[in-house]
Each structure stands twice: as structure tokens, then as C-alpha cells.
Design a protein around this ligand. Sequence first.
Ligand SMILES: NC(=O)c1ccc[n+]([C@@H]2O[C@H](COP(=O)([O-])OP(=O)(O)OC[C@H]3O[C@@H](n4cnc5c(N)ncnc54)[C@H](O)[C@@H]3O)[C@@H](O)[C@H]2O)c1
Length: 502
Amino acid sequence: MIDVVAVVGNPRPGGRTTRVAQAVAARVAALGSGEVETIELADHAARMFDPSDPALGEVTTRVAGADVAVLASPTYKASFTGLLKAFLDRYTGDGLAGVVAVPVMLGGSPAHSLAPDTQLRPVLVELGAVVPTRSVYVVDTEMDRLEETLDRWWSGAEAVLRGCSVSLPPPMKILVTGGAGFVGSHTVVELLEAGHEVTILDDFSNSERSVVDRIGRITGKRPAVVEGDIRNPSALDSAVAGGYDAVFHFAARKSVAESVEEPLLYYQVNVTGTVNLLDAMSRHGVRTIVFSSSCTVYGDPQELPVTEDHPFGPAANPYGRTKQMMEHALMDLAAADPSWRIASLRYFNPVGAHPSGLIGEDPRGVPDNLMPYVTRVAAGRLPELRIFGNDYPTPDGTGVRDYVHVVDLARGHLAALDYVVGSSGYHAWNLGTGQGSSVLELVETFQRVTGRTVPYRFAPRRPGDVAATWADPSKAERELGWKAKHDLADMCRDAWRWESSR
Ligand SMILES: NC(=O)c1ccc[n+]([C@@H]2O[C@H](COP(=O)([O-])OP(=O)(O)OC[C@H]3O[C@@H](n4cnc5c(N)ncnc54)[C@H](O)[C@@H]3O)[C@@H](O)[C@H]2O)c1
């Protein structure tokens, strides 16, 4: 039984905040067939500061009898911080197994609603120190998609709340190279939210320093940062000396076109840099690594969907070759010393952005990848999209890829970490949805969900592009319990929110 009390601050009775709180509470209660009780506190922001208010005494009594409290309020005018502070002041420290904080952002703009975040975050952190806490942000203009928002949140929160007697694995100390970049930053958010201690090692050659602050705004915890270049062995040696349990290795150059023009840069960063890192890890006794690989290792796939057993094809460019070389290096390392625990994650096409709109893909110069190009055209920053090839043997002639939401991808890294810490040797998993979408499907979905127009024209095929590729992600589902949850519409919506909130 999990009995849940939902405390709703500043509501119109039965209004949106109450509906959100009840939807969250119902999910939690369903874990243990418990009951939900709702307490609505009208105008609580004004009342919270009056300790003699009898309504607050009643709340305290009813919360004390529940297993989980859901605290929901608009973020507007410090209403939410007022609710949390009042709760913290009165919480006596027994009874509750978990709290779900539900800030409801007014006006639909995360940027606007997160403005009081500087006040909200410390209180959330304090609350989390008192009793396990997960937060779910809901934007009030997206009420028609409330269940989708809750699905996203649920995948992270369920483990914390399940059974109300959660034994989470102990937090780990993790070094994340390239943690300020696109996939790295989203993974750092998930790691911090799961309670791990994170240090980012990045030279900011393809990311902004402000990403670190924005990660702090999302999670309430600012990761430590070491500014350094993985090509520099002594910088790596001192970075890795920090007593880490595991390394997540994202730092790399990733542009196919640039790799053709500047192959040595790719061999220096992606190959020498990775070897330097493995060498430093070996010296300091850190033998657990989660490595960013890519579906490019398969080359032009001979069979679809692509399984992990598909042989590495001839790489079409130096970038792809560096990923193949590093996978071979990792396999050799595990064969030579079975105490290594290695996860190689073969990403398909990561797109989308964090639903807060605070972090996302931000390539320098003209984007190489489709989604940031599409969002920039939609925002008027670029005149039109060029679609390379409409004569491929695909249903509409344009290239087909397996787009995967970056938050799903980030969660795949945590699932892989959980797996490898309990095993040894080298393991590879595809991270994709298992669904192929053509360029035109992506553009049409983007236009439909955002209401923006994306002018495009067809251009000749690009050398090195394959016609179609999509993953068989069943190994990750079977072994890691990981499955992508977001569809193409979510990816487009979140990518656009990120683009338009900047
Ligand atoms: N985004 C994709 O489409 C995709 C697909 C498959 C695999 N990958 C791989 O995933 C990883 C992360 O990709 P991403 O999209 O987040 O890229 P990104 O460029 O956004 O992030 C890479 C980060 O590494 C940093 N970096 C680059 N060179 C460095 C160096 N010499 N020393 C220290 N830091 C350095 C950059 O500043 C950046 O913050 C890469 O290894 C990439 O090859 C990406």
C-alpha cells in the first residue's frame, strides 16, 4: 500500500494545478494500490508565513499519515518555494518515504517560469536531503499532453518511489569527458538527478561554459568542472587522479565533413585522446568506462534493422574509422585484462533537447546534422533546408534514420553503467528507437507539432551518406531494461522549445 497525500498550493479549486497533482499522485499510489487524498490550499502563498494558521496544522497531520507527499504549486511569485519551505519547517522527519515536487510553470515559457528558480532550487535540494525527492516540471499550456510529460518523468522517478522502500545503488563518483556537449550535458543531468557526483572534463571547443550553470539550474546541483584537452596526457592524468568509480567518455570531434578535411585532427582527438584517457584510467585503477560509439561503425548496413552482430562495414569517412578503431581498442583491452568493465553505446541519431528548454544541441557554425538545421530554418536563422538526395531507394526517396531523443539516450548511459558495474569485459549496445523516419517525415512532423514552416529544396546526395539505417534495440531492452520512450513528435517539440527559448 502506498498512500499519497497531494498538497496543492494556490489553486483554483479543481483547477489545473490540482489536476496535475492528482495525476502525479495517482501514478505513485498505483505502485502499491494505495489511496490518494488531496488537500487544496487556496491562497497559500499569503498564508504560509502565518504559523498559527490552523489549515497548516491539519496539513501536517495528514501528511504524517501518508507514505508519499506530492507538493504541487505554480512557480509564479514564489508560491512554490513558500509551499516547500512551509513543508520543510513542519516536517518532523518520520513517516514519509518520498516527496514529489511538482512545479507548474505558468505561461508556457520555461524560461519565464524558471526565473524564480534561483529560489526554488536550494529549497528542492534541502528537501531532497530530508526525504528522497523527485521533481516533475509541468508547463501549464501543455495540459493536453500531461500524460506524456508524466511518462517522461516517471521513467526516472519510478525507481525512487517503487515500493516506498527504495534501495538505490550507492552514488558513484563519475568523470564525464565532453560533459558540456550535447549528449554529455543531458547525461550529466540524469547522473546528477540519480544522485551521482559528477566532474566534467571539457575544453569547451564545441560547447559553451554556461551549459554548466544551466545543468545546475535543472538539477539544483552544479557539477565540478576541469577545463582540459584530452590530447594533453598530463592534464588527463591529474584529472583522472580524483578517485573516480567510472568515466563516461563523450569528448570527440564528430563532424563527418570536417573529418574528411582534417583527418589528423580526428585521429588526434578521437584516437590519441581516447588512448590517453584509457592510459590514465589504467594508471589510476579506474576500469569502468561508458564510451560514445556510433551506428557509423556498421558502414552501409547489409541488413535492417541493424543488430550488434552486424559486422563493421568499410567506414565511409575518417570520423567513422576513429569510432571503429576505438571500439577495437576497447575490445583488445577487455581481452587483455578482464577487470575492465566497458560499455560501448552505438548511438543512432540523437536529436531533441531537455524539456526545460535550458540545454540542447548547439553546434558552432552551420549545422552538420539535420535537426539543428531544421530548427534554425524554422527560426529564420538560415534561409532554407537542403535535403541531400531524393532518389534513394526509400519510400519517399529521402534518407531514412533512426532518430532517438537525447534524454532517452542519456538514460541509456545510466542503464549501461548499472549493467557494467555488475559484470566485466566489453559490451556493446545499440541505442535507437527501432523506427526509421525519412528526412521528409521529420520535416513534416516538425511543421505539424510546431506550426512553423520549414522551406526546403532537394540537393544531390552527399558522399558517404547511406540510404537507410535503423536499429534493432532489443538487446538494450533485454539486458539493460532500456527502451526509448519518446517519439518523433516529442523530439521535434523539444528541439524547437530549445531553439525558440534562446
Ligand atoms: N550527436 C550525434 O549525432 C552523435 C552520434 C553518434 C555518436 N556521437 C558521439 O557522441 C559523443 C558526444 O557527441 P555530441 O553530439 O555530444 O558532441 P558535442 O560536440 O556536442 O560534445 C563533445 C564535447 O567534447 C568536447 N571536446 C571536444 N574535443 C575535446 C578535447 N580535445 N578535449 C576535451 N573536450 C573536448 C567539446 O567541447 C564538447 O563539449 C561524441 O563522441 C560523438 O562522436 C554523437
